[in-house]
Design a protein around this ligand. Structure first.
Ligand code: ADP
Length: 730
């Protein structure tokens, strides 16, 4: 099937091409800005939120770093305590701990590698006053002749650092030092002794310090009790105390060892101050800035302090942080800001484009709508002004139609047709023709439009239609377009034309016959006259005798006959079917007039003429008079011996009046029924019945001029009845 699709899309495309691009309007610019402002606000909020997040993240990071450092310090202190505990175990394992075994212990511990930052591991022996001299002697005997406990002086009890590994360098200065003489150390030592735990001293300057690189220090003590003595109570522990395993720490070295070299500075911007017991300058025992003199000075960004408690000793770790210059690209805030601005710009341009696209689309749509409306009304005007009925059928029912369709089917409103089956408007005998034609159109076969008769409505009049059908698809539905034309009038004219053509043809034939017969029949009297004139001419003078006078009389008769013939021919030739000559003709009057004209002949024959009442008809009065005149004249002429009886009457048929002229004359043989209507055909000689043979031919011509027919019914010797019809005129 040939698809015919309404190309509305193509129309739109063409319109788009023809439409000049619209510029950005102020209103669209303002609208886009209205969208932009909240978006910008959102960006600002996002930036502030990012700043807050970064701050919180920095704080969390800072706290986490501080926590990590504090844990490291606490863990290391406990590790050191463990080391001292294991060293003190040596005294429990053996009665006599020698300098060599101490040295070996230190060497095995690999302290430098495992716990860096320890100044050393030592043992301080408790020496009661009564054993002082013996003790000095013993140590001196071990190769230290100058050994003495210092500071010197009288005390009830002494302590002396007798072992300290590594026993070299600044550690040598601690050899023989009585740590009980110094209150801070003494406090830690006594706490250690009484509670049997590792204790840390307060802030001290180690005896190992010289004037070079002086650092604050601290010491860790673990008590050593004499083997076999009970140590369950403080008293028992005071009695059993034999000395202390201890470690002196130089704070900078210790912190470097715990945190790793530069570890504090690894956490960029973070500083650590370590206070003994309280946050006061006099309690400060470590400051990481010592390792990083280039640290930023001034007010710190943020600060945190953590207590680290170790067996009763409280260290306070104080962390602070300064602004650290950051790479802007790494800065989350900058990223948020820049991307926010970019998104806003992009959004702004996008909205502007969308608004303008929308406006353009609206303008095009409006133009298209206006154009479509214009086209639609134009199309509607074309349809409604079309003389042809145009209608569309969808799914077998009328979908739309124009005014001419309503007029064609005699409908007042469209509702009388729309929604009803189209096929119902076709008379049943023609429906198959329409269905077949529609099917052919669907299959794409090209066949001429059918002419059908279509039954209408209300009065059931059947009229001729010319139907043109085409099928197209619109919105996926099959539409059948009908163009219907009432061709009744055309048909009528065609029929009339055909009739006229036949008449003309017949007329031509008659004319040919007429010319032939007329020349023949006219020649006959002429020949007679010519012969007589020749005879007279041969007599060389005017006719004088009786014979000559008879010849002249005969010539006169021939000339008269020729005159009658010529008159009859003239009558015959005048007969036409010009409707303008038609008028209402009262045939009763016509027959009265004819009887007057034939009065003499009627009287001569004592004829009885019965004229039944006749109608008034539309006809050429002269010709109708001539017609009745000829028929009545023949009825009066061709009579037998009986008294002439003639009857005239009529009957009315649907489209015509049927008349008859009946006589009781000589009658006609059946074989001559046709012949007598041919011009110049006669059944009798002149001597029997005078005549020209034109009368009935003239009658036939007159009847045909009134669209009727003439015929005769007769029996020889019993009379004849001539019938003719005259068509009723509109
Ligand atoms: P005509 O001038 O000879 O009468 P028509 O054409 O009128 O010519 O008639 C043709 C022939 O038909 C006549 O010659 C006659 O023989 C025959 N005819 C006509 N009318 C009658 C009639 N009423 N009865 C019998 N014969 C008739």
């Amino acid at each position: 099937m040939k698809d015919k699709i309404l190309n509305i899309a193509g129309l739109a495309e063409n319109r788009t091409k023809n439409t000049a691009p619209l510029k950005i309007t102020h209103s669209n610019l303002w609208r886009a800005l209205c969208f932009l402002l909240p978006s910008l606000l959102l960006t600002v909020v996002a930036v502030f939120y990012s700043i807050k997040t970064v701050d919180e993240s920095t704080k969390r990071g800072f706290a986490s770093n501080c926590d990590e450092i504090a844990i490291k310090i606490s863990t290391r202190l406990h590790s050191h305590a463990g080391l001292l505990r294991s060293s003190s175990a040596l005294f429990a394992a053996t009665d006599k701990v020698t300098r060599q075994s101490w040295k070996a212990l230190f060497k095995d511990s690999k302290i430098d590698r495992n716990l860096p930052g320890i100044q050393g591991i030592g043992f301080s022996l408790l020496v009661p006053k009564k054993d002082l001299q013996e003790h000095i002697n013993t140590i001196r005997s071990q190769g230290f002749p100058n050994y003495k406990i210092y500071p010197e002086g009288q005390r009830d009890v002494y302590s002396s650092i007798i072992y300290l590994e590594p026993f070299s360098g600044r550690n040598l200065r601690a050899f023989g030092y009585d740590m009980l003489t110094e209150p801070i150390r003494k406090k830690a030592m006594e706490l250690s002794r009484d509670s049997d735990v590792a204790t840390l001293s307060g802030k001290v300057i180690l005896v190992q310090e010289n004037n070079n690189d002086v650092q604050f220090g601290t010491l860790m003590y673990v008590p050593v009790y004499q083997n076999g003595m009970p140590v369950n109570t403080v008293d028992q522990r005071r009695k059993a105390i034999m000395g202390w395993v201890y470690s002196p720490y130089r704070m900078n070295d210790l912190m470097n060892g715990i945190l790793g070299k530069g570890d504090i500075n690894h956490f960029e911007g973070i500083n650590l101050k370590l206070y003994d017991d309280s946050l006061s300058d006099k309690c400060l025992i470590y400051d990481s800035r010592i390792n990083n003199p280039n640290q930023i000075k001034g007010k710190p960004n943020q600060a945190l302090s953590f207590p680290v408690v170790f067996h009763g000793k409280k260290w306070i770790l104080y962390f602070d942080e300064y602004d650290v210059p950051v790479s802007y690209l790494e800065n989350k805030v900058i990223v948020v800001l820049v991307s926010g601005i970019l998104i806003n710009v992009f959004l702004f341009l996008l909205i502007l484009t969308l608004l303008n696209t929308k406006k353009n689309a609206q303008a095009i749509a409006e133009q298209l709508t206006a154009e479509l409306k214009g086209n639609e009304s134009k199309l509607r005007a074309i349809l409604d002004n079309s003389f042809d009925a145009i209608a569309v059928e969808v799914d077998g029912v009328w979908d739309m139609c124009n005014a001419a369709t309503l007029q064609l089917f005699g409908c007042a409103t469209k509702e009388e047709l729309i929604g009803k089956p189209f096929i119902d408007t076709i008379i049943p005998s023609e429906q198959d023709k329409i269905k077949a034609y529609t099917q052919n159109q669907i299959e794409g076969l090209s066949i001429p439009s059918p002419h059908i008769s279509c039954g209408v409505k209300a009065d059931g009049t059947v009229f001729d239609l010319e139907v043109s059908i085409s099928v197209f698809i619109h919105l996926n539905k099959q539409h059948v377009l009908f163009i219907l034309r009432d061709i009744s009038e055309r048909r009528k004219m065609e029929n009339e034309l055909q009739e006229y053509t036949l008449q003309l043809k017949k007329s031509n034939e008659n004319l040919e016959n007429f010319a032939y017969v007329a020349s023949h029949d006219l020649k006959a009297p002429l020949n007679v006259v010519n012969g007589i004139l020749n005879l007279i001419d041969n007599g060389k003078g005017m006719p004088s005798d009786t014979n000559d006078l008879e010849l002249i009389r005969m010539a006169k008769i021939a000339v008269d006959q020729m005159k009658v013939l010529i008159n009859d021919l003239l009558e015959y030739s005048r007969v036409g079917n010009n409707r303008e000559d038609f008028s209402n003709t009262d045939l009763n009057e016509v027959l009265g007039y004819v009887q007057v004209l034939l009065k003499e002949k009627i009287t001569q024959n004592s004829a009885k003429i019965k004229i039944n009442p006749l109608p008034v008809i539309s006809a050429n009065k002269t010709l109708i008079t001539e017609l009745f005149m000829n028929l009545l004249n023949n009825a009066l002429t061709y009579h037998g011996k009986n008294i002439v009886e003639i009857e005239v009457g009529f009957s009315e048929e649907k489209n015509a009046f049927k008349f008859y002229v009946k006589d009781n004359g000589i009658g006609i043989r059946e074989k001559d029924f046709e012949k007598i209507f041919i011009i110049f055909k006669r059944l009798h000689s002149q001597s029997e019945y005078g005549g020209t043979g034109i009368g009935l031919a003239l009658c036939k011509r007159i009847v045909e001029a009134h669209q009727g027919t003439i015929w005769v019914e007769s029996e020889l010797g019993k009379g004849s009845t001539f019938y003719f019809t005259i068509k009723k005129q509109d």
